[in-house]
Ligand binder design. Sequence first.
Ligand code: ATP
Ligand code: MG
Length: 559
Amino acid sequence: MSDTPTTDFIRSIITEDLDNGKHDKIITRFPPEPNGYLHIGHAKSICLNYGISQDFNGQFHLRFDDTNPSKEETEYVESIKKDVEWLGAEWGENLFFASDYFDKIYACAVKLIKDGKAYVCDLTPEEIREFRGTLTTPGKESPYRNRSVEENLELFEKMKNGEFKEGEKVLRAKIDMTHTNIHMRDPIMYRIMHTEHHRTGEDWNIYPMYDFAHPLEDAIESITHSICTLEFEIHRPLYDWFIENLQDELPSQPRQIEFARLNLGYTVMSKRKLLELVQNNYVSGWDDPRMPTISGMRRRGISAEAIRKFCSTIGVTKFNSMTDPALLEFCIREDLNVKAQRRLAVLDPVKVIVTNYPEGQVEEFGAINNPEDPEGGRRMVKFSRELYIERADFMEDAPRKFFRLTEGKEVRFKYAYLLTCTKAIKDENGEITEIHCTYDPESRGGSASDGRKVKGTIHWVSAEHCKEAEIRLYDRLFSVENPDEGVEDYKENLNPDSLKVIKAYIEEALAEEEVGTTVQFERNGYFCVDSDSTKDKVVYNRTVAMRSSWDKIAKNLKK
Ligand code: ATP
Ligand code: MG
């Protein structure tokens, strides 16, 4: 899956660990919580973890971190598996669920109690927060901190058996209430939750907290390098504390390494917010093509290769930053430019009458499917007396440098003939309704027999032979780069024009394409057959518009 060999600070650490003989096999994991669909940020983590396992001939685990049953669902598990697989990361036999380790995690908690390193605490959540202190003031010890081992064991067992109400008790690690790192001030290990779990049903009345469960999950699977995002840097001492104090119970001692998460401009990436957009119908679903989700991007026509290319281009660092979505668009275009077949489609049609072309005559011309692909071949497109072109390809009183249609000027209708505009017909509002042209019968295929040069080339479809299609034009979901900035509610920054639906005329072949096929509408961009498309109603998504100025910049950057 690593399309181009890369190196970064994490791979350097791993190389050193291998050289020093610390490990002989590298094991990485992607540990999603099944509480939403995956997004492009997750893709960065998948590419990194899976890419490393491949580069070092190691092993990659897909592990569901399903320790919080209140928000987790099987639907999410299935969608995550589908997306990870689609991205090209293969876990083989190594599919795991944190819930499979619940017994082991419980045993580890009991061990810490027996060692005098954990206790049951009866403080209320508010009191716990209060006792914790602040960044600048030390915390206060809980009055329940010095319970005997026996009492703790008994109470913890009762918590497990469902003998207490939610919030009544928690299990806490006994570390140091005056520690400079707030996460070390007797953090909660287990909480009571009388919630059914999607895999363990009603077996458990207590569930482990992320900070306690995660290092154990990693160690149980002998993960060598536990890669996570920078927010967890401050949790690392706690990660290490659990690993160290439970080393006799655990088969390995993983090392946590943090990297900067992907932040993409003009979108949001928190699962809570994405869920809110879905539940309140701001978008049509998790796979709405405007969403930064993997499923949305797939539906929009973006390939796994393009996403992987993007992830390797942004690289892996320790500095948080905002990535310009134009870079993603550049990777999409680069990918589709090579793969997508070219087709003719007119998005904003105006009629052209070729006045000297015989009525009822139809000719076929061979159109190149993909100039980037020598084996792409040709298909036939029909030409007749009535055509459609883009409204923007005609201009009255055009400036000299306008190389498209204007009265008296000759233009190439791609693959067909040279046509000269004779006049434009307008309705009572001054709107152009028809453009009249004459064609040069000696210019079959689009070049003049006398060698005269014609600069402009435009696309067209035959009015009689084209099909109608619904085209969904997408713009950014949010109108500002950072939707969370400067507003109380990020939804205030939703772009009201993120979806525009138009009716277009497309060449016949386009009506036959399968759902998911991506093509280039010449001069208009890349489009993909949407899953709403049927035989009676053809629907295309615009995957990405044609080149932007970023393409040039990005090309130079790569040199
Ligand atoms: P939430 O929004 O609920 O905090 P999350 O996005 O962190 O959730 P997880 O399911 O915990 O969701 O993420 C799985 C893995 O993906 C984690 O290892 C996390 O570090 C990584 N990850 C999540 N978001 C990004 C991102 N934007 N860039 C890179 N990695 C990410
Ligand atoms: Mg998370």
